[in-house]
Design a protein. Structure first.
Length: 274
């Protein structure tokens, strides 16, 4: 399977609540849909229309639990593969996280311990998943409100070794980089210099909010200026093939969404899609 990176440009996550806005963006070249919300035999008509217009549609999984100790469920991998086939997708994406253990569903993306044992389990699950997919896989490091103790790697080294072991691509969420650095008291730009940026398939950009002294990656607020600045810092080092705005609630007027897309495009030196 080829892992050649597809040029995507600036995009926005497809959600039923903003489907009309997404459909009417004249320069849109890619979008992303939550894979678990798609029935491969009957994908949303609007997504099929976008695909026919030449817009790349990327299924984004949230329930594979790649970082879990148990092997990934074959039926979940099959669903992600079927979504890619149904939507003619150039790649699919998931998370460096686990969502279940011992048969208990967490209901959240939970961070993977940065240990050798956890890296072995994650590596095995990614290899199992890639073997059943018709397209490349990109994995997203999550925003985490805590780190497990006794880490044997820093985040950059952990992700770099994961990429080297598996050949997987990265979905780098710039908002997650900002949230984690802010909560840890670290420099967010430092992570960029520790990652194989040439393996980044695309990036997420989103807004969040502070609560009880912690910054939460909510996807329900405007993208802060600091995150837009990080997009520029990233692109000064290596411009990713695509940048995608995520919004999952409290949808603002169309003019505000267009302004956010323009700000992302301008920071990245990419063509506006509005």
């Amino acid at each position: 399977m080829s892992t050649a990176l597809t040029t995507l440009g600036v995009g926005i996550g497809w959600r039923p609540e903003i489907t009309a806005f997404v459909r009417e963006l004249p320069g849109l070249r890619f979008t992303e849909v939550i894979a678990e919300g798609v029935h491969p035999a009957h994908p949303p008509r609007d997504l099929l229309d976008l695909r026919e217009r030449g817009v790349a549609v990327v299924p984004h999984g949230v329930k594979l639990s790649l970082g879990g100790a148990e092997p990934v469920a074959p039926e979940r991998v099959a669903h992600l593969a079927a979504c890619a086939e149904a939507l003619g997708s150039p790649l699919v994406s998931e998370h460096v996280a686990f969502v279940r253990a011992g048969g208990i569903e967490a209901g959240h993306l939970l961070p993977v311990p940065r240990t050798r044992a956890a890296l072995d389990a994650l590596t095995a699950n990614i290899r199992r998943t890639r073997a059943e997919l018709p397209v490349p896989l990109a994995v997203e490091p999550i925003a985490a409100l805590f780190d497990w103790p006794d880490a044997e790697y820093d985040e950059g080294a952990f992700l770099t070794e994961l990429v080297e072991r598996t050949g997987v691509l990265l979905l780098l969420d710039v908002a997650n980089v900002y949230a984690n650095a802010r909560n840890r008291g670290e420099d967010p730009v430092a992570l960029f210099d520790r990652l194989p940026l040439e393996r980044v398939a695309y990036c997420h950009v989103a807004g969040g909010a502070e609560h009880d002294g912690r910054y939460h990656d909510t996807h329900t607020a405007p993208v802060p200026g600091e995150v837009v600045d990080l997009v520029a810092e990233l692109c000064a080092r290596h411009r990713p093939p695509g940048l995608l705005l995520e919004r999952d609630g409290r949808y603002p007027p169309a003019a505000e969404l267009r302004a956010e897309l323009d700000a992302i495009a301008d920071a990245a030196g990419m063509e506006r899609v509005t």
